[in-house]
Ligand binder design. Structure first.
Ligand code: AP5
Length: 208
């Protein structure tokens, strides 16, 4: 099963994906994680991508498409994958279609802007496991009490002013994909402004 998770930053795409990949026996591919990996490794691509990411802009299509194609050609993707954060533009979606990859379903997670900003500024990622947590009381999941504080990292692009720019880019460049996949009849909408368990249950039902 090949899936796309669509939605604004902070919609919960990464969190939900982490909760369902094992059940489905498929892998999660986050282009954000791939790009952050390239930045950390100091590759040529990472150096080019960094300034776009830091400012909240999208990385140019040609850089991301190459990275994604390389990743989905790997052996662990044979049984299927969730694309988390790709495609982000119509040209990226067209390129995916042209490469012959069949997408079974696109799940679109809907969340209002104020919730996005709150969730993202409270997000922390475990350096050791990559697990996503949140330090605000109304957000979830919380890191366990005994979790070492120094393991929890805040992303550079999770500051409020950068998040607001990411939202603008989302609306201009990424939201048109809702219509693109709706026309193909493979789009499922999910209200992601609910408790995590409810969203996970809705996503599993939609994909059953
Ligand atoms: P990327 O890493 O993909 O960021 P994003 O799409 O902006 O998505 P996020 O990771 O911020 O949000 P999410 O929906 O996964 O939310 P999460 O589950 O963490 O991209 C980063 C950058 O890389 C981009 O800005 C761009 O520059 C570049 N890039 C990446 N892909 C690209 C592409 N294809 N083309 C061009 N450029 C690209 O949840 C957020 C927080 O909320 C967490 O703390 C979580 O614990 C909490 N939470 C989640 N759901 C709930 C809930 N239901 N209730 C309470 N709390 C919740």
């Amino acid at each position: 099963m090949n899936l796309i998770f669509l939605g604004p930053p902070g919609a919960g795409k990464g969190t939900i994906a982490q909760h369902i990949v094992d059940d489905l026996g498929i892998v999660q591919i986050s282009t954000g994680d791939l790009l952050r990996g390239a930045v950390k490794a100091g590759t040529e691509l990472g150096k080019k991508a960094k300034s776009y990411m830091d400012s909240g802009a999208l990385v140019p299509d040609e850089l991301v498409i190459g990275l994604l194609k390389e990743r989905i050609a790997q052996k662990d993707c044979k049984k299927g994958f969730i694309l988390d954060g790709f495609p982000r533009t119509i040209p990226q979606a067209e390129e995916l279609d042209a490469s012959g990859v069949k997408i079974d379903k696109v799940v679109n997670f809907n969340v209002p802007d104020d919730v996005v900003i709150r969730r993202i500024t409270g997000r922390r990622t475990s350096k050791a496991t990559g697990k996503i947590y949140n330090v605000y009381p109304e957000c979830a999941p919380h890191p366990p009490k005994e979790h070492p504080k120094e393991d929890l990292q805040q992303r550079d692009d999770d500051k409020e002013e950068v998040v607001k720019k990411r939202l603008v880019h989302y609306k201009e460049m990424t939201a048109p994909l809702i219509g693109y996949y709706s026309k193909k009849g493979i789009l499922v909408n999910i209200d992601a402004n609910r408790a995590l368990e409810e969203i996970i249950a809705s996503a599993k039902k939609a994909l059953a």
